[in-house]
Design a protein around this ligand. Sequence first.
Ligand code: COA
Length: 697
Amino acid sequence: MLQHFFNPSSVAVVGASQNPHKIGYEILENIIQYNFRGAVYPINPKADEILGQKAYPDLMSVPGKIDLAVIVVPPALVMDVVEQCGEKGVDSVIIITAGFKETGPKGSHLEEALAVRARALGIHVVGPNCLGIIDTTSSLNASFAEGMPLPGHIGFFSQSGAMCIAILDWAFGQNIGFSRFVSLGNKMDISEVEIMLSMERDANTRVILGYSESIDNGPHFMEAARRVCQTKPIIIIKSGTTSAGAKAASSHTGALAGSDNAYTAAFKQSGVIRAKSMQDLFGYAMAFATQPLPEGPSVAIVTNSGGPGILAADACDRSSLHLTPIRKETADRLREFLPPTAAVYNPVDIIGDATEERYEKTLEVILQDDMLHSVLILLAPTAAVDAEAVAYSIVKLAKNADKPIITVFMGERGVRRARRILQDHSIPSYEYPEDAISAMDAMASYRRWREKPPRQYRHFKGDTGKVRQIFSSIIKQHRHDLIESEAREVLRAYQFRLPENRIAKTTKEAVLAASEIGYPVVMKIASPDVLHKSDMGGVRVGIENDAQVEEAFFDMTSSIRLRQPDARILGVMVQEMIPQGKEVILGITRDMQFGPMIMFGLGGIYVEVLKDVSFRIAPLSVESADAMIREIRSFPLLRGVRGEAPADIEAIRDALLRLSQIAIDFPEIIEADINPLLVCPEGQGAVAVDARFTIHE
Ligand code: COA
């Protein structure tokens, strides 16, 4: 579909100018000077010729067909040019012009009208407010960036034009090449989704890189990314990670869920690798674009000095990689030529007087060991070593290697040329061991993601009619928050296990309810207006007898009346006390871009302080539910510590999947917490003790 953007037979530049200070000149110049092989048509009503090319007053005057039009006229003229494109049958347009959505309501309006018209004319648009597109395979530089990147295997897209310029400049310095370079601008029509899909099909792109500020259609993005990641890695740096929207939230889940959590979850679920910095972005790209994926997590480190070896080993320890001990056969082979003071375990320390020959022999032996899946070569520029000669040895051995070889030549002056040799021969070379390990970890993780069997989804048939009835009655009452009994009904409709309970309006009713349920009981204030009941003195646990019920009833109702006089009190809920278990919290929040998001964490009152929670976008697969349970730092507490019985993890998973189903079935739920879900020991299930839901019309 996007073929004309990347490999057109003819390009028109509308707004091409003879004035070398204008963008319309620069774009035309870029197209011509980097040897684009197709026809080029400058369009300008005042010029006969620009940069040696015959100019045309308008698109209709061009004799041939036009595959791609680049528009560089002022904003007020863009609509007219788009109309001309329609008339001429141009189906692909890059709008460089700024002055649209990014400028405010008036610009937004103009952009919207433009989008509607382009769609009606069957025209695809990159931009507006963008830098343009570069494709090194077709030698097309339809941008006003300075210079043409080297050909390479990295496909890059960016929402920021300035970032494009900075990255291009940086890549020149690093000798890093690109297959395609796309500045998305305002994403009026073509977004990262279409670009990722086009790069998936592009034979010259091995790894897809992106700088993203926002993703408009989350589910669409996830679907595309999940598909593309099956064959090509996608690495994205996402800026704008603040969670301003979370401040107004009333539930725990809402307060904890910033939009950044949604992005993190969506990236994880669709296989996208998230770079934390620009350094990571290109560090990972170098490794992915040039090296085969490792067969597994086992890393061998070869070094001529102890310190860097230890730093690398420490970084390994913090990652998913394994520093596997070198097996005996390999160690014996290494001992044959290494000095007795060398360490032949892992890291393999070939010590300070190592020469290029020692490096080469060691690497040769390591590469032959199938138990080692990737190799990290560290070099400190000692007087004994010729760093450039080591670089050439690595290049020679890498030609036939089937595992990733990554290098860290530490220092600057003594290793600069050696690093360049490695880079020129597609061997990733980093300045610091941590960066190298981070890239290797990303590769191993990506491989694991790709090899996972297809995700399993379970459908739970809830009593949707019942829930709908509850929700419509609440909306009719102009309420948004469900009271506890309503929340319980919703959970019951999806077969959650709930504690026995009764609502009591008087002390007498409370005593009766408690004796029917059986002591001990829990009592909670029943009010649609009291959101955090325990904070307000609205919860009492471990009530043992009638006298304590009476006392609690009185205390609670008076405490609420005192602290929140306007709260409506419907009575007190008397509840079965669940004997023992671990408290966890489950929640729903709705993200603007990605839709319903499910949260999991260890429950109780400290959840917002500790923030030890995990998120995934609904619908959850069984695997995602499992992963989010295991991901929290306090997971070992659920497995049981100091002889405790492990908690029923399967019951948590089941509850997460059911909650995900509720979130999918009822888009009107904007926030929900099940807090706590009391998880009994293994095999004994889990009970939803308390829940709250907030809905909107
Ligand atoms: N068809 C073709 N050419 C036309 C035209 C038409 N209908 N109407 C005017 N032109 C010509 C002009 O005559 C001019 O050529 P000239 O130099 O020979 O006179 C040329 O198009 C450009 O128009 P001009 O009015 O000089 O505009 P400009 O070059 O000063 O600015 C933009 C045009 C698009 C560069 C400017 O509006 C803009 O958006 N700048 C910001 C771009 C940007 O930052 N994008 C985002 C990057 S990340």
